[in-house]
Design a protein around this ligand. Structure first.
Ligand SMILES: [Zn+2]
Length: 385
């Protein structure tokens, strides 16, 4: 918890025009500042900020509040995180209060896992870009897959060297304790690197902290799992995170729609094709927590699937959970044998976007069509129908 004195200090220090100015282009108009409202679509500015009153108000959609409300609404973060955001911007030290010994121990552990994870992230990124092995194995793999370098940067991709103590040795040299590295899921019980020889897809939480990794093997060696994901840690709960959400959240709000794809590379391909509102569920089937996460940004979900029968079945499975959560579901079937990643390599970005927007169909209709088709080919089911 942030104590009241610090909270007040943060609110008193924060300059609303300066903070909102980071997200909205503001122009001085009389005593106030005006700009285009970030919460609804408009061509003439009706969003007004009052420096003296410390509030903003949109005369178009009615959104209003103080600087903390703005951050909560715009960045989709909690009250406490909005305060932390401001404290960070204005270099105000936060002292957390009323913690038991147990809380402190747990918090320290969480904190050290977070620090070790960030340390590993920096290591992996450096390995990819600044070592011969990273360039010859990692970069060349990404180039072969057609991933553009701006996308590599945007998603903070990295590389973990083949030598399976490379990270462990470096980290312990820098003072990290083996048990922290284990708890962070970076090394196994024998202190061997968990991600060696893999391309690293970092997973960010909504505040932009790296909390875990998804590592993809580079070889075709089927005896090794294709992906290795961070096991659940104090900071990483797979079922509560979505790959790409941090990079996509702004576009999801703007477009008021979220594309759900199956793999990390599909998310990258979508961004590369100019559809920056795409997330993937980290290799699990969708959980309620993940759906609620998306719901904070939009109620409109569109599922992209491989157009073969297995893809269609996958599209139908698990959709009820989305409908129960009151979401509007659309489905796009890609040309047979294609996922978004492979499809994106066969067409221009314009054709890619056109295909997807033109093939969005309502899920309920989609499902009944499939069932009808099924019935038509099946005399027994036809009899029942
Ligand atoms: Zn508005």
């Amino acid at each position: 918890m942030i104590d009241d004195i610090t909270r007040q200090r943060i609110i008193d220090t924060a300059q609303i025009v300066e903070v909102i100015g980071e997200f909205v282009q503001l122009k001085k108009r009389g005593a106030n500042y005006i700009g285009l409202c970030p919460f609804h679509n408009e061509k003439t500015p009706s969003f007004s900020v009052s420096e003296s009153k410390g509030i903003y108000k949109c005369f178009g959609c009615g959104k209003a509040g103080n600087v903390v409300n703005f951050l909560m609404e715009h960045e989709k973060i909690s009250y406490a995180d909005a305060l932390r955001w401001l404290a960070n911007k204005y270099h105000i030290e936060i002292k957390e209060k009323e913690l038991t010994q147990e809380d402190i121990a747990r918090q320290n552990e969480r904190e050290s896992i977070l620090i070790a994870t960030k340390f590993a992230y920096d290591f992996f990124v450096r390995q990819l870009h600044h070592t011969d092995e990273g360039k010859s194995s990692g970069i060349s793999y990404l180039e072969k897959r057609g991933v553009r370098s701006d996308i590599v940067q945007k998603f903070g991709l990295g590389y973990s060297p083949l030598y399976n103590r490379a990270f462990f040795e470096y980290a312990t040299q820098k003072g990290f304790q083996p048990d922290v590295l284990q708890k962070a899921g970076l090394v196994n019980k024998g202190n061997y690197d968990n991600y060696s020889g893999r391309i690293i897809f970092p997973i960010f939480n909504l505040s932009g902290n790296v909390v875990g990794f998804s590592g993809r093997r580079l070889s075709n060696d089927e005896t090794i799992a294709k992906y290795f994901n961070t096991p659940d840690t104090d900071i990483f709960h797979k079922g509560q995170l979505l790959f790409g959400l941090f990079q996509s959240k702004r576009a999801i709000v703007e477009k008021d729609q979220c594309y759900l794809v199956e793999g990390n590379l599909d998310v990258l391909a979508m961004h590369q094709m100019g559809m920056e509102n795409a997330v993937a569920s980290l290799g699990t089937s969708l959980t309620i927590e993940q759906i609620q996460l998306i719901k904070r940004f939009t109620k409109n979900i569109c599922l992209l699937y491989d157009g073969d029968p297995a893809g269609i079945k996958a599209a139908i499975r698990g959709i009820d959970i989305l409908l129960q959560e009151g979401l509007n579901i659309k489905v796009v079937l890609l040309p047979e044998k294609h996922d978004p990643d492979s499809f994106s390599k066969t067409v221009t970005d314009v054709a890619f976007r056109e295909y997807i927007t033109q093939h969005e169909q309502d899920f309920i209709l989609f499902k009944s069509e499939i069932l009808l088709k099924d019935t038509a080919h099946d005399p027994i089911k036809r009899g029942i129908a």
